[in-house]
Design a protein around this ligand. Sequence first.
Ligand code: SAH
Ligand code: DHB
Ligand code: MG
Length: 222
Amino acid sequence: MTDQTTWNRVDDYLGVKLLGSDDALESALAASDEAGLPAIAVSPLQGRLLELIARSIGARKVLEIGTLGGYSTICLGRAVGPDGRVISLEYEPRHAEVARGSIATAGLSEVVQVRVGRALDLLPGVLADGIGPFDLVFIDADKTSNADYVDWSIRLARPGTVIIVDNVVRDGRIADPSNTSADVRGTRRMFDLLESNDRLDATAIQTVGSKGYDGFVYAVVR
Ligand code: SAH
Ligand code: DHB
Ligand code: MG
């Protein structure tokens, strides 16, 4: 049987084999830690997956909802290249400040823009600015609004846009009828939207690793 200890050991093994050391990402984590931000960034292997997906689709414009300390943001910023653009939305000014510092350290200040506010308040401005359509949207903020974030992503998309939603399994709570927490209900509302929406083809993959047992949605706009 597998457990968290095994998942950690395997993530460590895979990290050594596939990632090596990464000064900018390690210092982003350290800065996050020192500033007292929660340790809930994507794992290094997940961050690499985001980067590789973005590169695979030739993404030049990426929207991220939920910056935290900028870990995933840096992964995405690297993928879009020097002429690309990442807009990342973050509610907590302190998180955004820490993220901007780490994004600068990573040499991505010209590529990444962190906007501060509630994502649902900022998204109309992103639309009005005409920066989109985005090639990739990474949704990783408050889970209660996941359905709204997917809805907005479609409005900011073109056919072929990839939408990834983090943390959609949460130790299996998504499929536990006795769990009615706001987060889980929010993500169920998102799955209801995926079920009924004919503009998205979607799958979801369950994951284990250093972040426990969780999963993500991978959707493509028709
Ligand atoms: N994507 C990051 C982790 C994000 S954690 C990474 O992998 O490195 C979730 C973030 O969403 C937190 O920083 C939190 O402050 C932010 N957040 C929560 N509610 C939000 C909202 N309504 N609008 C924008 N950001 C929000
Ligand atoms: C939490 C949020 C995340 O985005 C994540 O990847 C893991 C945990 C949380 O709020 O607990
Ligand atoms: Mg997450």
